[in-house]
Design a protein around this ligand. Structure first.
Ligand SMILES: O=P(O)(O)OC[C@H]1O[C@](O)(CO)[C@@H](O)[C@@H]1O
Length: 545
């Protein structure tokens, strides 16, 4: 057994988690349950009353957080200690949204002034593109921005931009290209005018195959349309921590926005990686998003564990994953603008907590990060919610909804809200056999038939969910919401004592992919790999099955 599973609070939770009453009776016996298990922070309200907890379980969960050293680990992150031990890096996405006069040191040097300088550089760039001062090589105003990047250098900018659609300038369109599938970039380029298009190449490492290939294709397209190498400076900018490689690639030194190795890719939208967002919504709104995230940071740092939103959400996930065998977690956004958020949280959480050894390299003896998935409500209700209600797997759910719509038309928003709240209620209370039978009482079916149908209609209920509400989706509330999930991810990693900030698992696939690429272009058939890989490679070389 590891130290964690041997710990007193872990042992206590193993017992307590099985003893908690059905949520139906928890609610029936406590009219104050909502007041007890809900609170507000940074413009968000969390209702976690529809969870399999009572006072004792919650106490044990928080004791586990204490015992696992969450407070010390949190302080170490915010203080710039090298907590990403396998890569020898600090983890300071919080410094990207810290107050301008904050002092956050990495190796004894305050990084905040550099962050502020980069924000100022972004501000100038964003203003000149939005105001039409930045001209293309033929003197025309920029109309389209294409962001090229993948993983964290794609999902953050794309999904936050999409979420903040009501704040966009109408003067510009922004497009995102990530996949190395040539179709992705070709379909974009078809619709673009090379004289009025600006490319933002986003790659922390400046070594990611997909991003380099897509940027080269974009550059070839630009040059083939009649522009010269000297014109590239007016149409290509880059965001990277590898300035030398970007310059070598041909990006003008003045067009490079720096980032730092202490910002993880999946935590980087607050840096210049967020440039596409800032171009669309303007720098004031981008700064408002940072300030919403900062508010959540301060809450996470200062609030007691019992009223700390990332802590409560993280510990609930530990409860279900480790003590109720839940292997996935669903994020359901009841807001069309937030439809992409589950995909963003998926990378954030799964790339962070998909780990199998502790910081000391010891094999864990419990599950770690769950599968994160989801989509927008109400669409999901007509698809996968069936499994949430009546499937055999326990899938805890987060429901996220703004109370005010940006598009308050007719009864739409009330209907949306009624579905959101109705789903959490149905998951919690379920429907008993007796209730199902009663519902069928006026039907013309025989008693035997009624009983059969009633069995199919039973929903066990007791399915956990959190509801997160905000007044309105704004840059501030979006910033707070994303920071909430970042810290929730951190909390779980801290309990499991894993490194939430490396991603070695994706490296082997990249290395083997490069080897395969060489074989696809070789003069002779592949013979040295396993039989399946050889056959697949050789089929590709022939071009038919
Ligand atoms: O910004 P880069 O260096 O191109 O990396 C892109 C993505 O690739 C990964 O390193 C691994 O897939 C992600 O963590 C990262 O967000």
């Amino acid at each position: 057994m590891t130290k964690l599973t041997e710990s007193q609070s872990w042992q206590a939770l193993s017992q307590l988690s099985q003893q908690v009453a059905h949520m139906r009776s928890l609610f029936a016996n406590d009219p104050q349950r909502f007041e007890t298990y809900s609170f507000k922070a940074a413009g968000l309200m969390l209702d976690y009353s529809k969870n399999r907890i009572d006072a004792e379980t919650l106490k044990a969960l928080l004791a586990l957080a204490e015992e696992a050293g969450l407070q010390q680990k949190k302080a170490a992150m915010f203080n710039g200690e090298i907590i990403n031990t396998t890569e020898g890096r600090a983890v300071l996405h919080t410094a990207l949204r810290a107050a301008a006069d904050a002092d956050v040191k990495v190796d004894g040097v305050n990084v905040v002034p550099e962050v502020q300088q980069t924000l100022n550089k972004m501000e100038q760039f964003v203003a000149s593109v939005r105001d039409g001062e930045w001209k293309g090589y033929t003197g025309k105003t920029i109309t389209d921005v294409v962001s090229i990047g993948i993983g964290g250098s794609f999902l953050g900018p794309k999904i936050a931009s999409e979420a903040l659609r009501p704040y966009w300038t109408e003067a510009l369109k922004c497009h995102f290209v990530a996949n190395v599938d040539g179709t992705a970039i070709c379909e974009k380029l078809k619709k673009l005018d090379h004289e009025t298009t600006l490319f933002i190449m986003s790659s922390k490492s400046f070594g990611t195959q997909e991003t380099l290939t897509n940027t080269l294709t974009a550059k070839d397209w630009f040059l083939a349309a009649g522009a010269s190498q000297a014109d590239v400076a007016k149409h290509f900018v880059a965001v990277t921590s590898n300035v030398a490689k970007a310059t070598e690639f041909g990006i003008d030194a003045g067009n490079i926005f720096p980032m730092w190795d202490w910002v993880g890719g999946r935590y980087s939208l607050w840096s210049a990686i967020g440039l596409p967002i800032a171009v669309l919504i303007g720098m004031d709104n981008f700064r408002a998003m940072l300030s919403g995230a900062r508010e959540m940071d301060e809450h996470f740092l200062e609030a007691p564990l019992a009223t700390n939103m990332p802590v409560i959400m993280g510990m609930l996930s530990v409860l279900y994953g480790n003590f109720h065998d839940a292997q996935s977690h669903v994020v359901l956004t009841y807001d069309h603008y937030l439809r992409g958020l589950p995909a963003y949280f998926q990378q954030l959480d799964m790339e962070s907590n998909g780990k199998h050894v502790t910081l000391c390299g010891e094999q864990v003896d419990h599950s770690t990060g769950p599968v994160i998935w989801g989509g927008e409500g109400t669409n999901g209700q007509h698809a996968y919610h069936q499994l949430l209600h009546q499937g055999t797997a326990l899938i805890p759910a987060d429901f996220i909804m703004p109370l005010q719509s940006h598009n308050p038309v007719g009864e739409h928003h009330a209907q949306l809200a009624s579905n959101c709240f109705g789903q959490t209620q149905a998951l919690m209370q379920g429907r008993t056999f007796e209730e199902s039978l009663a519902e069928l009482s006026s039907s013309s079916l025989s008693q035997q038939e009624r009983e059969l149908i009633a069995k199919h209609k039973v929903m066990t209920g007791n399915k956990p969910s959190n509801t997160i509400l905000m007044d309105k989706l704004t840059p501030e509330t979006l910033g707070a919401l994303i920071a909430l999930y970042e810290h929730r991810t951190f909390v779980q990693g801290a309990i499991w004592d894993i490194n939430s900030f490396d991603q070695w698992g994706v490296e082997l696939g990249k290395t083997l992919g490069n080897d395969v690429l060489a074989r696809l272009g070789a003069d002779t058939d592949a013979t040295e790999l396993d039989a399946s890989s050889n056959a697949l490679i050789n089929m590709f070389r022939k071009g038919n099955i």
